[in-house]
Design a protein around this ligand. Structure first.
Ligand SMILES: *[C@@H]1O[C@H](CO)[C@@H](O)[C@H](O)[C@H]1NC(C)=O
Length: 337
């Protein structure tokens, strides 16, 4: 009772000015809070933007190259391509798709170079019995990050094409770009055959299910696509000779490829890639021309002797360094299985 009486007397003794003061404080708080948390976002964004702009201007004045991490301009940055962030131990064996590399290429994430698994993760972890498996490269395709269809000329070069289904078919089906030209190089006569279009896309529909598209036969290669394929029976090399073609000269002078074109290159030429890639590492024009490069780098390592790789001379460490050098020079380069 005593307490109740005290409270009542306190209430009675407060002057109206105090009430006005408290109300004023509350209203000010609400107005301030609104200003800071709602319209305040754009102010924060401006501040961040100004800071970035000031930093960029300072770098330009000082003649520095703008880079999130300057080490990524060096071969070393790409050699230590293990992920930067802590990943669970299960990542080492559970995940078919590896972690992204520490350094980006062309501003985009790319897979870390999986040297210990011979760059063939799925095969090494026994997820698949096929050494040619390409699953691990799928999430990292440059064409999923940049729309390569926006350029008028879209060229796919398959250097060491083997049979049609080996890789030209894979790129035609799996790569998110509608190539306007396919240049397939295969030195073994008769191995690569441009398929005969034996099917008509327009009549390959089944009326069974009117709610969805259903085709009658597995879609094969239509003639509009085979018309775009050109076959070359010559060795892909770094020099012009009787049976060899200097592929760098061919791309620049014969095909007249430029940075304006979409250019995707797959290379699997049994060791002949070394002099070509060593040239490309030191040729910034090639780094600009080629949007994405897939290459099987051949090396001598006991773990690959089952595949007759004892005949190659470069070491696996050198192969790793070559891939890292390509990435450091701006090639969006992947090991090809
Ligand atoms: C191959 O072609 C490139 C580009 O034209 C040229 O710079 C290079 O010297 C050629 N290679 C050889 C071994 O001549």
């Amino acid at each position: 009772m005593t307490y109740f009486n005290d409270m009542q007397s306190v209430g009675r003794n407060v002057s109206p000015r105090t009430y006005y003061f408290v109300i004023l404080c509350l209203v000010s708080y609400i107005v301030l809070d609104f200003a800071l948390h709602h319209s305040g976002n754009s102010q924060c964004a401006d501040l961040v933007f100004d800071a970035a702009k000031a930093k960029a201007e300072k770098s330009i004045q000082e003649g520095l190259v703008l880079q999130e991490d300057p080490i990524c301009d060096s071969v070393l940055g790409h050699l230590n391509s293990e992920p930067q962030f802590p990943v669970a131990r299960a990542w080492n064996q559970m995940k078919w798709i590896g972690a992204p590399a520490k350094c980006k290429v062309k501003g985009h994430l790319i897979e870390s170079l999986d040297v210990a698994n011979n760059f063939r993760r799925g095969y090494a972890l026994k997820y698949v019995g096929d050494v040619e498996d390409k699953t691990m490269v799928l999430p990292w395709l440059y064409g999923t990050k940049v729309d390569l269809n926006k350029r008028a000329r879209r060229v796919y070069l398959d250097l060491g094409a083997n049979a049609f289904h080996t890789s030209v078919q894979w790129f035609s089906r799996m790569y998110p770009c509608d190539f306007t030209e396919v240049h397939a190089w295969e030195v073994t006569n008769g191995l690569f055959r441009i398929p005969t279009p034996a099917f008509n896309e327009d009549t390959n529909w089944s009326p069974e299910n009117s709610h969805s598209t259903r085709v009658v036969d597995t879609p094969q290669v239509p003639d509009w696509m085979t018309d775009r394929i050109k076959l070359y029976n010559a060795y892909v090399a770094d020099f012009d000779g009787e049976s060899t073609v200097n592929i760098t000269r061919f791309m620049k002078e014969d095909l007249k490829l430029t940075a304006e074109d979409t250019v995707v290159v797959k290379m699997d030429i049994e060791g002949a890639e070394w002099p070509i890639l060593e040239r490309w590492v030191n040729d910034p024009e090639m780094a600009d021309i080629i949007d994405e490069l897939f290459v099987e780098v051949h090396y001598k390592h006991a773990s690959m002797y089952d595949f007759q790789w004892s005949m190659f001379s470069h070491s696996r460490e050198e192969a790793h360094k070559l891939l890292a050098s390509l990435r450091a020079r701006g090639f969006f380069a992947h090991p090809w299985p």
